[in-house]
Design a protein around this ligand. Structure first.
Ligand SMILES: [Zn+2]
Ligand SMILES: [Zn+2]
Length: 363
């Protein structure tokens, strides 16, 4: 009987983080001729200085406010915030009563979400993606995220923030970065978004439930700690950027660890740019403990960062179709193959980090 290796056939991989499965397509699919859309110019790098850019120091934004003459990072409230505070508190119960008939109460649920959306620019340089920044500049971004986390946990808001936000409405702080036109970024200037919401978003909530379940089923062991040990032992792949020991959030990183975190983000950006031979479009997000974490949430929270690429190759975008939307997510390449490509790219990197002597990104 011929033995078949897992990677030679289509198969599913379990994602314990979200209690869901991902379908890995068979090699056949990768070899099929592609006649669909090819991206040629969408990743042609960043535009050089744009004097009209509304994120540039001194320029006026859509709401008429003029940016200060900042030198590094600059934090401000998004002029087109998805959530607002000034519309008055929504009475969820009243909304539900209005929306629902008695028998539909379990089926047609809705709840109000209030919060604020902020923007954090990384640099005054319009064309500076993370991969072009120095380690000290990325560290400045990590420190700005950390300071924002700290101020969101306090009753007194940070003076850098333009509007007040009731502490009771600060349940979760989601940091994310849509980098590149292809992932819907509306401005090429390097920046991340910080959304503060009165509820925990679904994805970190689901991850937390799974980590909690693992903790209970594995005699108090932490799922991500076990994961990082396993991945390091196998040296086969990497799925996340995460500390080797449990750290609940950005505010718990010490000075050295913040620098290491910045260095790892910079290194990943450079490895991806080198792999694709161009400025890498990506989506990244940081998950950490909720702002007003309960004891149970603190017990299992584990700081980590996700990085996703919308590309299958420099010229082919990954689309989400019917199976992904209504079946389950699919991938054309295995995590082992992806990690091998990234390792190869890392080995080719010739530009050293400008202000550090060593890199410690293990792939
Ligand atoms: Zn700009
Ligand atoms: Zn996560």
């Amino acid at each position: 009987m011929t033995s078949i290796k897992l990677n030679d056939i289509s198969h599913r991989r379990f994602n314990p983080f979200t209690n869901s499965w991902v379908l890995l397509a068979s090699l056949n699919k990768n070899n099929r001729p592609r006649q669909g859309r090819k991206e040629a110019s969408a990743f042609g790098g960043r535009q050089a200085h744009d004097p009209q850019c509304y994120l540039y120091p001194g320029n006026q934004r859509a709401n008429g406010v003029r940016n200060p003459n900042y030198a590094d990072t600059f934090l401000f409230e998004n002029d087109y915030s998805t959530m607002r505070m000034d519309e008055g508190r929504c009475d969820t119960k009243a909304c539900e009563k209005h929306l629902l008939r008695d028998t539909a109460a379990d089926l047609m649920r809705a709840e109000a979400v209030i919060g604020r959306c902020y923007v954090l620019t990384y640099s005054v340089n319009h064309h500076h993606g993370v991969s072009n920044m120095t380690c000290q500049q990325v560290l400045g971004v990590v420190e700005a995220w950390t300071e924002t986390s700290t101020s969101m946990k306090c009753h007194e808001m940070d003076s850098r923030l333009e509007s007040s936000l009731d502490i009771a409405s600060r349940r979760y702080m989601q940091i994310f970065d849509n980098n590149g036109e292809i992932v819907g970024c509306s401005n090429a200037h390097p920046y991340s978004q910080i959304w503060i919401t009165s509820s925990i978003p679904d994805e970190p909530q689901l991850e937390h439930s799974q980590m909690n379940k693992y903790h209970d089923e594995h005699h108090g062991r932490h799922m991500l700690q076990d994961y990082v040990e396993l991945e390091i032992e196998r040296e086969e792949r990497i799925i996340l950027l995460l500390p080797k020991r449990q750290i609940r959030g950005l505010v718990d990183l010490n000075t050295t660890e913040r620098l290491e975190f910045a260095r790892a983000i910079l290194q990943i950006a450079r490895i991806y740019d080198n792999l694709f031979g161009t400025t890498w479009p990506y989506i990244s997000a940081i998950h950490q403990a909720p702002l007003d974490a309960t004891e149970a949430e603190l017990k299992t929270s584990y700081l980590h960062a996700h990085f996703s690429s919308p590309l299958l190759s420099p010229s082919i975008k990954k689309f989400f179709g019917g199976y992904e939307l209504y079946g389950e997510p699919t991938r054309e390449i295995t995590p082992e193959f992806t990690a091998a490509c990234l390792r190869h790219s890392a080995a080719q990197l010739t530009v050293p980090l400008q202000d550090s002597t060593a890199t410690d990104v293990r792939i």
